[in-house]
Ligand binder design. Structure first.
Ligand SMILES: [Zn+2]
Length: 88
Protein backbone atom coordinates (compact mmCIF):
# COMPACT_ATOMS: atom_id res chain seq x y z
CA UNK A 1 0.00 0.00 0.00
CA UNK A 2 1.19 3.53 -0.65
CA UNK A 3 -0.07 7.02 0.00
CA UNK A 4 -0.82 9.04 -3.09
CA UNK A 5 0.77 12.44 -2.75
CA UNK A 6 0.84 13.62 -6.33
CA UNK A 7 0.79 12.59 -9.94
CA UNK A 8 4.63 12.78 -10.20
CA UNK A 9 4.82 9.70 -8.06
CA UNK A 10 2.94 7.79 -10.75
CA UNK A 11 4.94 8.85 -13.82
CA UNK A 12 6.96 5.65 -14.16
CA UNK A 13 4.04 3.39 -13.34
CA UNK A 14 1.81 5.18 -15.87
CA UNK A 15 4.49 4.78 -18.54
CA UNK A 16 4.60 1.07 -17.80
CA UNK A 17 0.82 0.78 -17.79
CA UNK A 18 0.72 2.41 -21.23
CA UNK A 19 3.19 -0.15 -22.50
CA UNK A 20 1.61 -3.21 -20.85
CA UNK A 21 -1.99 -2.05 -21.28
CA UNK A 22 -3.48 -4.11 -18.46
CA UNK A 23 -7.18 -4.81 -18.44
CA UNK A 24 -9.00 -2.89 -15.72
CA UNK A 25 -12.31 -4.21 -14.45
CA UNK A 26 -14.58 -2.05 -12.40
CA UNK A 27 -15.85 -3.66 -9.19
CA UNK A 28 -17.32 -0.74 -7.32
CA UNK A 29 -16.16 2.83 -6.80
CA UNK A 30 -12.60 2.58 -5.47
CA UNK A 31 -12.38 -1.15 -6.07
CA UNK A 32 -10.85 -2.52 -9.29
CA UNK A 33 -9.39 -5.67 -10.74
CA UNK A 34 -6.34 -5.26 -12.95
CA UNK A 35 -4.77 -7.95 -15.09
CA UNK A 36 -1.13 -8.72 -14.45
CA UNK A 37 1.50 -11.28 -15.32
CA UNK A 38 -0.05 -13.82 -12.94
CA UNK A 39 -3.74 -13.19 -13.26
CA UNK A 40 -5.82 -10.44 -11.80
CA UNK A 41 -4.80 -8.20 -8.92
CA UNK A 42 -7.20 -6.26 -6.76
CA UNK A 43 -6.55 -2.54 -6.42
CA UNK A 44 -8.35 -0.53 -3.76
CA UNK A 45 -8.27 3.29 -3.79
CA UNK A 46 -9.64 5.07 -0.78
CA UNK A 47 -9.38 8.12 1.36
CA UNK A 48 -8.25 7.41 4.89
CA UNK A 49 -9.80 9.10 7.93
CA UNK A 50 -6.93 11.60 8.10
CA UNK A 51 -7.51 12.67 4.50
CA UNK A 52 -4.72 10.72 2.79
CA UNK A 53 -5.48 8.95 -0.45
CA UNK A 54 -4.23 5.43 -0.15
CA UNK A 55 -3.87 2.86 -2.88
CA UNK A 56 -3.32 -0.81 -2.29
CA UNK A 57 -2.72 -3.63 -4.73
CA UNK A 58 -2.39 -7.35 -4.08
CA UNK A 59 0.77 -7.77 -6.18
CA UNK A 60 4.26 -8.36 -4.77
CA UNK A 61 5.61 -4.92 -5.68
CA UNK A 62 2.85 -3.08 -3.87
CA UNK A 63 3.42 -5.22 -0.77
CA UNK A 64 6.84 -3.58 -0.59
CA UNK A 65 5.31 -0.13 -0.96
CA UNK A 66 6.17 0.31 -4.65
CA UNK A 67 3.86 2.13 -7.02
CA UNK A 68 2.93 -0.61 -9.45
CA UNK A 69 1.41 -0.21 -12.89
CA UNK A 70 -1.76 -1.99 -11.74
CA UNK A 71 -2.36 0.84 -9.29
CA UNK A 72 -1.59 3.43 -11.98
CA UNK A 73 -4.03 1.81 -14.41
CA UNK A 74 -6.77 1.58 -11.77
CA UNK A 75 -6.12 5.15 -10.64
CA UNK A 76 -6.56 6.58 -14.11
CA UNK A 77 -10.04 5.03 -14.13
CA UNK A 78 -10.68 6.00 -10.51
CA UNK A 79 -9.74 9.65 -11.04
CA UNK A 80 -12.01 9.85 -14.09
CA UNK A 81 -14.90 8.38 -12.09
CA UNK A 82 -14.25 10.69 -9.15
CA UNK A 83 -14.43 13.67 -11.52
CA UNK A 84 -17.71 12.45 -12.94
CA UNK A 85 -19.15 12.15 -9.46
CA UNK A 86 -18.12 15.68 -8.60
CA UNK A 87 -19.66 17.16 -11.71
CA UNK A 88 -22.82 15.04 -11.55
ZN1 LIG B 1 0.14 -4.10 -8.36
Amino acid sequence: MFILKGINQLTNAIAKAKKVRPRVEFGSFGHYRVSGSKGFYTVICKKSDNGYKTVSCTCKGAEKGLVCYHAAAALSLHIGLARQQQTA
